[in-house]
Design a protein around this ligand. Structure first.
Ligand SMILES: *[C@@H]1O[C@H](CO)[C@@H](O)[C@H](O)[C@H]1NC(C)=O
Ligand SMILES: *[C@@H]1O[C@H](CO)[C@@H](O)[C@H](O)[C@H]1NC(C)=O
Ligand SMILES: *[C@@H]1O[C@H](CO)[C@@H](O)[C@H](O)[C@H]1NC(C)=O
Ligand SMILES: *[C@@H]1O[C@H](CO)[C@@H](O)[C@H](O)[C@H]1NC(C)=O
Ligand SMILES: *[C@@H]1O[C@H](CO)[C@@H](O)[C@H](O)[C@H]1NC(C)=O
Ligand SMILES: *[C@@H]1O[C@H](CO)[C@@H](O)[C@H](O)[C@H]1NC(C)=O
Ligand SMILES: *[C@@H]1O[C@H](CO)[C@@H](O)[C@H](O)[C@H]1NC(C)=O
Length: 756
C-alpha cells in the first residue's frame, strides 16, 4: 500500500479530506435510531443503521473513502490512516494548523532490536494518543492500517524494516503488546483506535526477477504456514483481539488472499475468532481479476472477495462493481449487509456514535502531541534499539575528556541523515536530529572539533566527494564512517538484488583506511541485513554499529552510545547473511527449511555461517548467568502430558529462573534470550529448527547488580509442526539455551503423539 498506488489504480482520494466530523446523535436524523442508543449491543446498533440505508447507499460504504449519507446525517469517513511508528502521511491524515507534526519513533525493525515489550506497549499507547488527538482536530481517521507483522523471511524484502524482524515468536509477542497499546487505553468501553494487522498472509515480496506482489503466488507448505507465517496473526487476532486485518496483494497457494476463504473465513474467523473486519490492501480486490486472473468478470470478482470475507475495499472496485454483481446475482444484498455490519461494528466500538463528553479519548488535543515525554521516549527507544556489533580493544565508548581539543570527522552519506532515519510510512516529525547535530550536542563545552564530509552518496558510483573526505580524515584524530542504505535501495515496491554494502561506500572506506590516524568506526543505517564481513574482520576497524532507522532523535541516540552516555543493549532481530546468500536461494522460494536450492531461512533454519547471528549484540559491560540445575524435573512422559493437558495450550513444564549479574564496570542492559533446541531428527520433521526462541527479557543492571529473570517453558515451545501443519509431541532431548549457555535438557519419553 502506498500513495503511488493511488495513481496506479486511478483512485481519486481527496488528501485534505475532513476526517474529524462525527454523526450527530443528539439531534441529527440518526438520533432516534438504535445506532445512537448506547444501551444496545454494538452489533445490534450497527445492523440497524445498515438496515436504514438504501442499496446504493450501502455500496458507497464498502470502500475506504466512504461517502456521506446526508439523508441519515452520516458524515463521510476515510478509513485509511497510517501510523507505523508515529502518525503518518496517508489519505486520512493531514499535518498542519495546531498539529504540524507527530512524534516519529524508531521504525519497527528497531523496536524488534530492543527486545523490550514494555517499550513497544508504551510507544503504541503514545501513538494512539496522538492519533486520537489528530482525529479530534479533524486531521486523522480512527482506523490505522498498522502494524505490518509479516515475517522478515528474506533479507532482500524492501519492507522488512516495517516489521520487528525474522522470528515468529518475537513478532507474536511484539504485536500483542503493540495492539494493546494502540487499541486499549484508560477507558475500556471503547477502542482507543482501531488497528489493522497486515498483510494477511505470506506477503513478503515486492518485486523480484520480473514478478511483483500483485502477481506473486506464494507457494507455502502447511508446515511453514502454521509454524512461521501465521503465528503473528494468531497472536494479533486471537490474543490481542485486533479490530481488523488486511488481506494481501499476493496469492497463497493459487488463491489471491482477498479471495481466500480458507485464510479469511476458516483460519481468521473460525479458528482465531476475528471480531472485526477484513480490509483489502489498496487495490487488492481489483488485482484478483486484473493481476492474478483468478476471476474474469467484475461481478465474479466482487462475489469471490465478499464471499471470502473481504468486507471493506481499499480502492474503488466495490463501489464501481457491486451493483453489477447484485444484478448478475453473483451476490445477494445480505452479503453486503454482513460486510458492513463488521466494519460499522468497529466504528460503534470506537465511540463514533456516542456522546463525546463521556469519552476521555475525545478530550485529547494537540497539547497531548509531541510532549516532553514523547520526545524523551523516542530518544530512549532509539538508544535501546542500537546494536553494537564490534568493539575491538574497547575502542568505544569514546572519552570526552581525552578528546578535548581533538578533531572528530563524521564521514559518509548517512552522517547528515534526517528523513532517512524515518524509514517508510512516516509523518512530519517535530524535528530530526542528524548524527552531526547529535555529536555537536554531546560534545558541547569540550572544544572538540566535529566536522563532516559526505564523501559519496548511498549508492551512486560518483567519487567526486572522495578527495574532500580523505583530506578531512587525514586531519582528524577519530574518523567515524556513517554508511548504509535508504529507501532508494529498500522500499515498498522495491526488493534488493544485492545485500552487500554499496560498492562506492566500500571504495571510500578503502581510501580512508590509508590515511586515518587510528582505526575507523563504522555506523550503519539500514532496515535489513547488509554483509559487513569485511568490517567485522579487518583490523582497520575498531567498532561497528547497526542503528536501523532510528527516528527523530536517531542522531542524538548514536552520539550518546558512542560517548558512553547510554550503554548499548540492542540485539539483532534478523540474521546478517553473507552477500552470497542472494545467489543461493530464489526469493520466490517460501520454504523455511533448507533444500538443495535453499540454504534455509532465518536463524532457525539457515545452514550457512551468518555474518552476525540473530540475537547478537555487544555491551560496554559484561554479564554472567547462574541458574539452579538441581530439583529440575527433566523427564516427562508424553502420555502423562497428554492426560494432563486439560485442553489448555499453555501447560507449563518448567519455570527457569536465571540470575543475571552485571560483572563489568558500567551499568548496562542485557537482553536475555531463551532458546530451545529440539532433537535433531523426529518422526514428523526431518529438519527441525536449529533452535527457536521461546522467551526473552531485557534487564537493566548497575555494576555488580543481580536480578532474576523467569522463563516459563510451556508445551507450545516443545511442539513439532508436521508437514500437514498438525502439532505433535515427540520423544527426544530438548536443550534449553540461555544466551549461548546450555542450562538444561528436557527429555520427552513415549510415542510421537498428535497434540492438535
Ligand atoms: C524498556 O522500556 C521502558 C520504556 O517504556 C523503559 O522504562 C525500561 O527501562 C526499558 N527496559 C530496559 C531494561 O531498558
Ligand atoms: C451474469 O453475467 C454473465 C456474463 O458475465 C451472464 O452469462 C449471466 O447470464 C449473468 N447472470 C445473470 C443472473 O444476470
Ligand atoms: C547531506 O549532505 C550532502 C552533501 O552536502 C547533501 O547533498 C545532502 O542533501 C545532505 N542531506 C541532508 C538530509 O541534509
Ligand atoms: C574543525 O576542523 C576542520 C577540518 O580540519 C577545520 O576546517 C575547521 O576550521 C575546524 N573548526 C574549528 C572551529 O576549529
Ligand atoms: C529469473 O528470470 C529469468 C528470466 O526470466 C529466468 O531465466 C530465471 O530462471 C529466473 N530466476 C528465478 C530464480 O526464478
Ligand atoms: C539467584 O538469586 C537469588 C536471590 O538473590 C538467590 O537466592 C539464589 O541463590 C540465586 N541462585 C543462583 C543459582 O545463583
Ligand atoms: C549448573 O551447572 C553448570 C554447568 O554444568 C555449573 O557451572 C553451575 O555451577 C551449576 N549451577 C548450580 C547452581 O549448581
Amino acid at each position: 500500500m502506498h500513495f503511488r498506488l493511488i495513481l496506479f489504480f486511478n483512485l481519486v482520494i481527496n488528501l485534505n479530506a475532513q476526517t474529524g466530523s462525527f454523526p450527530d446523535c443528539k439531534s441529527g436524523p440518526l438520533s432516534t435510531y438504535p445506532i445512537c442508543d448506547q444501551s444496545l449491543p454494538s452489533h445490534q446498533r450497527a445492523s440497524d443503521l445498515i438496515s436504514r440505508m438504501t442499496t446504493d447507499e450501502k455500496i458507497t460504504q464498502l470502500v475506504t473513502t466512504a461517502a456521506a449519507i446526508p439523508r441519515l446525517g452520516l458524515p463521510k469517513f476515510e478509513w485509511w490512516s497510517e501510523a507505523l511508528h508515529g502518525v503518518a502521511y496517508s489519505p486520512g491524515v493531514s499535518f498542519g494548523g495546531d498539529l504540524p507534526a507527530a512524534t516519529s519513533f524508531p521504525t519497527p525493525i528497531n523496536l524488534g532490536a530492543t527486545f523490550n515489550l514494555s517499550l513497544v506497549y508504551h510507544i503504541a499507547s503514545i501513538i494512539s494518543t496522538e492519533a486520537r488527538a489528530f482525529n479530534n482536530e479533524g486531521r486523522a481517521g480512527l482506523v490505522f492500517f498498522t502494524p505490518n507483522i509479516n515475517i522478515f523471511r528474506d533479507p532482500r524484502w524492501g519492507r522488512g524494516q516495517e516489521t520487528p524482524g525474522e522470528d515468529p515468536f518475537l513478532t507474536s509477542q511484539y504485536v500483542y503488546s503493540l495492539i494493546n497499546g494502540l487499541q486499549r487505553g484508560e477507558d475500556e468501553r471503547y477502542l482507543k483506535i482501531a488497528a489493522d494487522c497486515k498483510h494477511y498472509a505470506a506477503y513478503d515480496l515486492e518485486n523480484w526477477n520480473g514478478t511483483d506482489r500483485f502477481h506473486f503466488d506464494a507457494r507455502v507448505s502447511d508446515q511453514d504456514l502454521i509454524e512461521t507465517y501465521l503465528p503473528s496473526f494468531e497472536s494479533c487476532v486471537r490474543d490481542a483481539k485486533v479490530a481488523s486485518i488486511m488481506c494481501s496483494y499476493n496469492a497463497v497457494n493459487g488463491v489471491p488472499s482477498c479471495a481466500n476463504k480458507f485464510l479469511l473465513q476458516t483460519i481468521a474467523r473460525e479458528s482465531y475468532h476475528l471480531d472485526g473486519f477484513v480490509v483489502s490492501d489498496c487495490g487488492a480486490v481489483s488485482t484478483i481479476m486484473n493481476s492474478h486472473h483468478y476471476t474474469s468478470t467484475v461481478e465474479d470478482t466482487v462475489a469471490v472477495a465478499l464471499h471470502a470475507g473481504t468486507d471493506l475495499n481499499c480502492g474503488d472496485f466495490y463501489s464501481k462493481h457491486t451493483q453489477q454483481a447484485l444484478y448478475n446475482k453473483t451476490i445477494v444484498e445480505a452479503d453486503i449487509d454482513q460486510a458492513l455490519q463488521r466494519s460499522f461494528n468497529v466504528l460503534v466500538r470506537l465511540g463514533y456514535f456516542d456522546p463525546p463528553e463521556q469519552q476521555p479519548y475525545r478530550k485529547l488535543s494537540h497539547a497531548d502531541v509531541d510532549t516532553a515525554e514523547t520526545r524523551k521516549l523516542s530518544l530512549h527507544a532509539a538508544q535501546q534499539s542500537i546494536v553494537l556489533l564490534k568493539n575491538t580493544n574497547k575502542a568505544l565508548p569514546l572519552n570526552l575528556n581525552q578528546l578535548m581539543n581533538k578533531r572528530i570527522a563524521l564521514i559518509g552519506p548517512t552522517a547528515n541523515a534526517t528523513v532517512l532515519m524515518q524509514g517508510n510510512y512516516y509523518g512530519k516529525a517535530p524535528f530530526l536530529i542528524d548524527p552531526i547535530n547529535g555529536f555537536q550536542a554531546v560534545t558541547q563545552g569540550y572544544s572538540i572539533n566535529i566536522s563532516f564530509a559526505y564523501g559519496c552518496k548511498i549508492s551512486n558510483v560518483d567519487q567526486s566527494g572522495f578527495a574532500e573526505a580523505i583530506e578531512l580524515a587525514r586531519l582528524s584524530d577519530i574518523v567515524i564512517f556513517f554508511g548504509g542504505i535508504d529507501q532508494s535501495i529498500e522500499s515498498e515496491g522495491h526488493d534488493r538484488t544485492s545485500i552487500a554494502l554499496p560498492s562506492v561506500q566500500l571504495a571510500l572506506l578503502e581510501q580512508l583506511e590509508k590515511v586515518v590516524r587510528s582505526p575507523l568506526h563504522v555506523v550503519i543505517m539500514s532496515g535489513s541485513s547488509l554483509d559487513l564481513t569485511y568490517i567485522r574482520d579487518s583490523s582497520q576497524y575498531d567498532s561497528l554499529i547497526w542503528m536501523g532507522y532510528a527516528g527523530q532523535a536517531g542522531g542524538l541516540a548514536i552520539a550518546n552510545i558512542m560517548f558512553g552516555q547510554y550503554n548499548p543493549g540492542g540485539r539483532l532481530p534478523i540474521t546478517i547473511y553473507p552477500a552470497s546468500y542472494v545467489d543461493a536461494v530464489s526469493m520466490f522460494d517460501m520454504q523455511m527449511r533448507p533444500s538443495p536450492m535453499n540454504p534455509g531461512r532465518t536463524y532457525k533454519f539457515y545452514t550457512g555461517q551468518a555474518v552476525f547471528e540473530f540475537g547478537y549484540g555487544l555491551s560496554y559491560t559484561t554479564f554472567s548467568y547462574s541458574w539452579y540445575n538441581d530439583s529440575m524435573n527433566s523427564i516427562f512422559s508424553i502420555e502423562f502430558l497428554m492426560k494432563n493437558n486439560y485442553d489448555e495450550k499453555k501447560v507449563r513444564l518448567h519455570l527457569y529462573r536465571v540470575n543475571v549479574t552485571n560483572t563489568g564496570e558500567v551499568a548496562g542492559d542485557d537482553a536475555v534470550l531463551a532458546f530451545i533446541t529440539p532433537p535433531k531428527t523426529s518422526f514428523n520433521d526431518q529438519t527441525p529448527p536449529i533452535k527457536k526462541l521461546f522467551g526473552f527479557e531485557r534487564v537493566r543492571l548497575d555494576v555488580n547488580e543481580m536480578t532474576q529473570v523467569f522463563f516459563p517453558l510451556n508445551i507450545d515451545a516443545l511442539l513439532t509442526v508436521a508437514l500437514d501443519g498438525s502439532k505433535w509431541l515427540e520423544p527426544g532431548s530438548y536443550k534449553i539455551i540461555i544466551g549461548k549457555q546450555h542450562i538444561h535438557t528436557v527429555q520427552l519419553q513415549g510415542q510421537p503423539t498428535r497434540w492438535s
